[in-house]
Design a protein around this ligand. Structure first.
Ligand code: PHE
Length: 454
């Protein structure tokens, strides 16, 4: 059978911004600041960076390499590199993981649509009980469901246009806007009186809070934030031209993502400190998932230019969430197009339907289905937990094992250096190879064992 030539990204910048768009998301703005708040501030950042370099960068390189060499969705990419072997089911698992993540991700994406809408009608201009209003919103049976579907439809509307006109074009626009906006919010946050205490909190490490759990938290956060282990980087890489530098792109995306997480922290934590001191109370940045939807509206309501800051902030949150959601949906859509031979439109519709139904269960688990538990967790928490803490690291482990053990060393180095055209020093490519082959798999395994035995 003759295959149609695959679509590719139009430019290097477009490709990098699409990958950065996938990585930068709710994980950076919604998850990172409160994880940092819970786990010792700068101490957590330090651990995170170590995990990033030793475990995540090798996994990202593996995923990128498999995708570019396999030139297909995760299922077929594995099949082409190891024809007829069971490895393709690992690819299938990745597609499944992406669908699961998208299903709960779109719920939080929906919340950000709602909070953006609320900030536009100046809902955060007076002191109110924001914990109560958040609680009553997410436990309402219909409202969050509606916003979830709006978010999912928005994502689908971009994907329908394909790689260049949909993903690449929108990522370029949205990520640029996101940066401009977040910098504005950072300036507002840092110029509040007392903000410096929040900055100190972020950059002076508190090692007393570091425990075995901190390591697991840092690893889970790093995998989730970099979008690795579930085939998104693999799928995007399958649209990348053969002359791109895999190592440089991976390093660039990881760096960009980490910088953004720190910038998002600077937008949130100093503001929380400043307003807490103004009210004479202790700042609480370990407020958990409610930090963004409960604490921040309170902060915005009390600061000068708070209405504008709120609009900008929730717009940033939405942009970040959409660029990540499109990468998740593209994994599933590419699979449906290539394996089930459906048109892009039909594939998007099918994905919308499936993730919409599962997403509905996740959304309802904050309200009418709150009593329904899977292994002791609500449906939302169950999906969040099994994907971030199990599927992503496991996927990452298998991707590294495949790249390090199943591909031959010569092939690995050939792909990494673009058949010797890139002048990557031999010591560096060998270091990467052994990080992929030994260090990353063993490291992930040890952290896994640590979780199960503690
Ligand atoms: N990296 C995204 C974020 O930080 C989430 C994500 C995870 C996206 C896995 C794709 C794959 O929000």
């Amino acid at each position: 059978m003759v295959r149609k030539p695959r679509e590719t990204f139009g430019s290097r910048m477009g490709m990098l911004l699409a990958m950065a768009g996938s990585a930068i998301g709710l994980g950076n703005i919604w998850r990172f600041p409160y994880m940092m708040g819970k786990n010792g501030g700068a101490a957590f950042i330090l651990l995170y960076v170590i995990m990033l370099v030793v475990l995540c960068l090798p996994v990202m390189v593996s995923e990128y390499l498999i995708g570019r060499r396999g030139e297909s969705n995760p299922f077929s990419s594995f099949d082409r590199l190891a024809p007829g072997s069971k490895w393709r089911w690992i690819g299938f698992l990745a597609v499944l993981a992406s669908a699961c993540i998208l299903s709960f991700y779109c719920v939080v994406g929906g919340w950000s649509v709602k909070y953006l809408a609320d900030s536009c009608i100046l809902a955060f201009s007076d002191e109110g009980d924001y914990a109560l209003s958040f609680g009553s919103f997410i436990s309402n049976p219909w409202k969050p469901l509606l916003y979830t579907l709006i978010f999912l439809a928005l994502t689908g509307a971009i994907i329908v246009f394909g790689v260049r006109k949909g993903i690449e074009r929108m990522s370029k626009v949205m990520i640029t806007m996101l940066f401009v906006i977040i910098v504005m919010v950072v300036v507002r946050s840092l110029t509040l009186p007392g903000a410096i205490e929040g900055v100190k909190y972020m950059f002076v490490p508190d090692f007393t809070k570091v425990t075995a759990d901190t390591c697991i938290a840092a690893m889970g956060q790093a995998f989730f934030s970099l979008s690795i282990g579930c085939g998104t980087i693999l799928t995007y890489a399958s649209y990348v031209k053969k002359d791109e530098n895999i190592l440089a792109s991976s390093a660039w995306v990881s760096f960009f993502d980490t910088m953004f997480a720190i910038i998002a922290g600077l937008a949130i934590i100093p503001a929380v400190y400043a307003i807490a001191y103004m009210n004479g109370v202790e700042p609480d940045v370990s407020a958990g998932p409610g930090l963004v939807f409960i604490t921040l509206p309170g902060v915005f309501s009390q600061m000068p230019l708070g209405n504008l800051a709120a609009i900008l902030f929730f717009l940033a949150l939405l942009l970040a969430a959409v660029t990540s959601a499109i990468s998740l949906m593209e994994v599933v859509v590419a699979f449906i197009i290539e394996e089930m031979h459906r048109s892009r439109k039909k594939a998007v519709a099918l994905c919308f339907l499936v993730c919409g139904v599962v997403g509905a269960f996740c959304s309802l688990s904050f309200g009418p289905l709150a009593g329904f538990k899977l292994f002791g967790l609500s449906v939302f928490d169950f999906f969040d937990y099994i994907t971030s803490n199990i599927m992503l690291p496991l996927g990452g482990l298998l991707l590294a094992v495949f790249a390090g053990w199943r591909l031959r060393r010569a092939n690995f180095l050939d792909e990494l250096t673009n058949s010797g055209k890139l002048r990557i020093p031999r010591w560096l490519s060998l270091t990467i190879y052994y990080l992929v082959k030994l260090v990353a798999p063993i490291g992930i395994l040890l952290i896994f064992l640590n979780t199960f035995f503690s």
